[in-house]
Design a protein around this ligand. Structure first.
Ligand code: NDP
Length: 324
């Protein structure tokens, strides 16, 4: 872990919150209005089919949120909960049945899948026109060719968050730490499309801080608690924290949250853990101009963008000509 930089008291508390909750609510409101208009003008109600395998509690919560949010916005939803011991063939048969059903517009298969199932085979079996997670190679290819497509929800949400907070992307130097297919790589494509100069960092990057410290926009999608510290951040940068990590240790929470730690410690005592991002909050707030909170940042946008993708899939695959 790199050492953090020395900061004076006057420099504390500079960062403003990049409020994911507000932007997510805006997007959901827009989707709700458009879903209502679609029903009124063409009689179509979009439908999202969510598939979950096994009893992973986190997956159950994620899918539950997605299904509930769909219903709130007027999108029909189906929740297919399958036993952990299901075979790959059985899961593929379900995906195929959803592919051919005309009333289903979006299909999402919640990851991770149990070890006996080939994740890639399942994701690649989804009809690209219904691939609301944007993981199918056809959609990945279209994204890299700058063609309109279904874009992975977390990176798409991060772009909305930056744009709606009027953080200039064009001409900015953006650094993405993490190169996963779900977050880092598609996000780098989206930033590049918007004329940022983009660097992608990963576990083999040498002297990470010297690279990240140049960035006007720094995005952390690593999966390591408080890994991005003051010394990684340029003064005045916008810092987007994608990470979702559990902290159960009260001393660690105190170190991460300083004077704000009491609420977190209460949460640890009540729930057994508190959620923390990849960015060290106290240190980041002393250096950055903007920071997304965890929770309440990127995670909420991911669900909102899934709703937007479902609406988009419904309109495009049905060839509906509609001007909202
Ligand atoms: P992955 O594990 O797939 O990728 C992590 C990336 O971080 C890899 O590219 C890895 O590098 C890089 N990395 C690991 N250690 C270091 C290091 N020491 N220095 C620099 N880079 C490093 O994770 P995901 O992209 O799926 O997720 C990242 C985080 O975001 C997780 O905490 C996840 O829970 C969260 N997440 C949150 C979402 C939300 O909606 N808020 C949605 C999706 C994810 P390498 O490739 O070299 O191994």
């Amino acid at each position: 872990m790199p050492e953090s930089i020395e900061l004076t008291k006057e420099e504390t508390g500079l960062a403003r919150t990049l409020d994911g909750a507000r932007v997510a609510e805006e997007i959901k409101r827009e989707v709700r209005e458009k879903v209502a208009l679609l029903a009124e003008r063409s009689g179509v109600r979009p439908c999202l089919a969510a598939v979950r395998v096994g009893d992973d509690p986190a997956s159950a919560v994620y899918v539950g949120n997605k299904v509930r949010t769909s219903e709130e916005l007027g999108i029909r939803s189906e929740h297919h909960a399958l036993p952990a011991e299901i075979s790959g063939e059985e899961l593929l048969a379900l995906v195929e049945s959803l592919n051919i059903r005309d009333d289903v517009d979006g299909i999402l298969v919640q990851l991770p899948l149990p070890a006996q199932i080939d994740e890639r085979q399942v994701l690649w079996a989804i009809d690209p026109a219904k691939d609301v997670d944007g993981f199918h190679p056809v959609n990945v290819g279209k994204l890299s060719l700058c063609q309109k497509t279904l874009v992975p929800c977390t990176p798409a949400g991060i772009i909305k968050l930056l744009e709606r907070n009027k953080i200039a992307i064009g001409g900015a130097y953006a650094c993405v730490v993490g190169r996963s297919h779900i977050v880092g790589r598609p996000l780098a494509q989206l930033l590049l499309q918007r004329d940022a100069t983009v660097t992608i960092c990963h576990s083999r990057t040498r002297d990470l801080a010297s690279v990240t410290r140049e960035a006007d926009i720094l995005i952390a999608a690593i999966g390591r608690t408080g890994f991005i510290r003051g010394e990684h951040i340029k003064r005045g940068a916008a810092v987007v924290d994608v990470g979702i990590n559990k902290v159960a240790d009260e001393a660690e929470a105190r170190e991460l949250f300083g004077s704000e730690a009491e609420k977190r410690i209460e949460t640890i005592r009540r729930r057994g853990y508190t959620l923390v991002g990849d960015v060290h909050p106290v240190e980041a707030d002393r250096v950055a101009a903007w920071r997304t909170p965890v929770p309440g940042g990127v995670g909420l946008l991911t669900v909102a963008m899934l709703m937007k993708n479902t609406l988009q899939a419904a309109i495009e695959r049905r060839g509906i000509e509609i001007n909202f």
